[in-house]
Write a protein that binds this ligand. Structure first.
Ligand SMILES: C[S@@+](CC[C@H](N)C(=O)[O-])C[C@H]1O[C@@H](n2cnc3c(N)ncnc32)[C@H](O)[C@@H]1O
Length: 207
């Protein structure tokens, strides 16, 4: 996927600058609210994290059985070094990870990944999630989104995201509901300390 490097990405490329920015905007607090208000993980849940990055989410989850997959070998190495046996961490593309997965999961997480994927990849991700979820299990996703009436600064920031496939609520719902007819979308403008808009999907597997 071709990507351009905007001025914002250049400014934030040193690790210290990125960390400072994350603290400034309240990224950790936002993650905590997402976990508490939308993920609802219980101790012992089997959790699959698609596009897990460095698996930072583990600092906010109870004692779950965690499996994280990410395309980046460097992120997976960091996750292993940080969290050791608190989970399994594998390099994998969400488009072709189905064969690598065994057993059923109670929760599938897709945090900040859908807007990096094209429509075919998103459909494949939902198919895989549907296959591996236990009955009554849920996939919960969070991504930036465009809405009408959104703060101009939120729109400006989201236009500069590295993800080239930021979708509206109806675009995301039309993809998710092909596998998960029982999907709830929540648009939030309050998760970060700066104007920003997230969309959260909570998709329930019924059968
Ligand atoms: C914005 S980061 C989010 C990371 C993590 N979920 C979090 O919330 O901190 C998006 C992640 O998706 C991963 N990613 C992008 N495309 C992917 C793909 N096709 N398969 C697996 N991971 C992918 C990237 O390597 C990156 O770690």
């Amino acid at each position: 996927m071709a990507q351009t490097t905007s001025g914002l990405h250049k400014i934030l490329s040193p690790a210290w600058a990125y960390s400072f920015f994350q603290n400034f905007v309240g990224a950790q607090r936002a993650r905590k609210q997402f976990v508490e208000q939308h993920v609802h993980a219980q101790p012992g849940d089997r959790v699959l994290d698609m596009g897990c990055g460095t698996a930072e989410i583990l600092t906010m989850l109870p004692e779950v059985n965690y499996a994280g997959y990410d395309l980046s070998a460097a992120y997976i190495e960091k996750a292993r070094a940080t969290f050791g046996d608190r989970g399994t961490f594998c390099v994998g593309d969400v488009g072709s990870m189905r064969e690598a997965l065994s057993g059923k999961f109670d929760i599938v997480l897709a945090m900040g990944i859908l807007h990096h994927l094209d429509d075919d990849q998103v459909l494949q991700l939902f198919r895989t999630a549907h296959d591996v979820l236990a009955s009554g299990g849920r996939i919960v996703s969070i991504d930036p989104t465009f809405t009408t009436g959104q703060h101009f600064f939120a729109k400006w920031m989201i236009r500069r995201d590295r993800g080239r496939n930021v979708r509206t609520e109806s675009e995301l719902l039309s993809l998710a509901t092909q596998q998960f007819p029982n999907t709830k979308a929540v648009v939030r403008h309050d998760l970060l300390r700066i104007p920003y808009t997230h969309i959260i999907l909570e998709c329930l597997k019924r059968d």
